[in-house]
Design a protein around this ligand. Structure first.
Ligand SMILES: *Cc1c(COP(=O)(O)O)cnc(C)c1O
Length: 427
């Protein structure tokens, strides 16, 4: 069947040889998924999720039982007082924007102690000037870069926290950078340090791509808010849109007022018939995340063995589902992405090209053939066309599909003459 899909025997056999070494890694991933499945199931049962939760509401959406229970299920899974989980939150950047702008007022300062935030947030904050940025509203921004080994610069963080520091933002996943993603434990230590310096400072964690990778979430280790996108891990591939903010009641209330309007808050927001997908997607999310994680581990082991630097490397523990592979050239990025695209169930016949995407500074290439447009819990690869020409690979609704995508990326590298058949000799 793989030959039918366009894979050569050499590529397939190379993949099988790599896979044979990964049995215990995959068993660990399955064990985490099993734990998280039970965690989600317990929250569904505790909240007595039933068929009434799946009904569509329209208009104002007052007394939307499904929406209220979904938010309580999220709050219980993330162990927070409150949650805002809405299709009206259009994407991850929007969720983060709501969380930041709801909890920062003119004169306040925002601090990132983990280097530059994700590309799209730079305009939100005003690092790159933009209409309606936080900077325009008088919120200043400070950043402490990571030390050269990727660890936190605690001394610099201590001196950066001042009287105006209101909120500290910590991005769990690497984003489009080749720095490490952080474990929940490391994030917990950083939060404890920051709150040691300033007890009333708020901490928000950009949890994109990290949900269900570990047994705990950043909200278990002191974060006031955890924020993410439903077309990544927690939507389980079924949510067609949405974002979430889980956190303290004070913070989440403010987010709800910011999202809708002061005085309205969480009371409005019709579900438009999306509740079945949002509930079922969250239910499947631990398993879907596990498949994506296996794909990431497989990709690192394939590409590292061929000499391409990988972050995380082939042996490292995982804290998110992203796999960065530094391919060293634009041609290799294009070949890799062509393979991912050709392996897709949707739009498999199109050819990805780099383009000037809104919100990003460099041209970006994106390969995705997804049921939900732009969904990156589905098999996808993307990256900005800049040195070290790293592609960021993620997703796969099933492990088997992730595997096919990675093998197909390798096939395209071989066909482009970037990897030779002799490199694929199985040792
Ligand atoms: C994806 C992502 C975002 C933004 O999410 P969008 O849904 O693309 O707007 C923010 N931060 C990180 C770390 C991400 O991975």
């Amino acid at each position: 069947m793989y030959e039918t899909l366009g894979l050569s025997r050499a590529v397939y056999e190379y993949g099988e040889a790599v896979l044979a070494r990964l049995t215990s890694r995959f068993a660990d991933i399955d064990a985490a998924a099993e734990y998280n499945q039970a965690k989600v199931l317990a929250a569904f049962q505790k909240n007595r999720v039933d068929a009434a939760c799946f009904a569509a509401t329209t208009g104002y959406g007052y007394n939307d039982v499904g929406r209220e229970k979904l938010e309580q299920v999220y709050a219980d899974v993330f162990h927070t007082e409150a949650a805002l989980v809405r299709p009206q939150i259009t994407c991850g950047t929007h969720a983060l924007t709501v969380a930041l702008s709801a909890n920062l007022l003119p004169g306040d300062e925002l601090l990132s102690p983990v280097g530059a935030p994700y590309d799209t947030l730079q305009e939100v904050i005003g690092i790159r000037p933009s209409p309606c940025s936080l900077a325009e509203y008088g919120v200043t921004y400070r950043q402490v870069d990571l030390l050269s080994d990727g660890t936190f610069d605690y001394d610099a963080i201590r001196s950066a926290i001042g009287s105006r520091t209101k909120l500290i933002t910590i991005q769990r996943s690497k984003g489009y950078a080749t720095r490490p993603s952080y474990s929940v434990e490391e994030i917990g230590k950083l939060i404890a340090f920051c709150k040691g310096v300033k007890p009333d400072v708020l901490v928000m964690v950009d949890n994109c791509y990290g949900e269900f990778v570990e047994l705990a979430e950043p909200s278990d280790v002191g974060a006031d808010m955890v924020v993410g996108s439903l077309i990544k891990n927690p939507g389980g591939g079924l949510a067609p849109i949405g974002g979430y903010i889980c956190g303290t009641k004070v913070c989440v209330d403010r987010c709800a007022y910011r999202l809708s309007a002061p005085g309205l808050g969480q009371e409005v927001g019709a579900n438009l018939g999306l509740m079945p997908a949002l509930f079922q997607g969250f239910f499947l999310a631990p398993t879907v995340t596990a498949g994506a994680l296996k794909g990431a581990v497989f990709a690192a082991n394939i590409y590292e063995s061929l000499g391409y630097p990988c972050v995380p490397d082939a042996a490292e523990d995982r804290h998110d589902i992203i796999q960065a592979v530094s391919l060293g050239s634009r041609e290799a990025m294009v070949a890799f992405c062509k393979g991912i695209q050709q392996a897709a169930p949707v739009d498999s016949y199109v050819t990805p090209e780099p383009w000037a995407m809104p919100g990003y500074d460099d041209d970006v290439i994106m390969a995705a053939g997804a049921f939900v447009q732009g969904s990156s819990i589905e098999l996808s690869a993307d990256g900005p066309i800049r040195s070290p020409y790293a592609v960021y690979f993620q997703g796969g609704l099933t492990w088997y599909h992730a595997k096919t995508g990675i093998l197909m990326s390798l096939q395209k590298m071989v066909e482009a003459g970037l990897v030779s058949e002799s490199q694929l000799q199985v040792p």
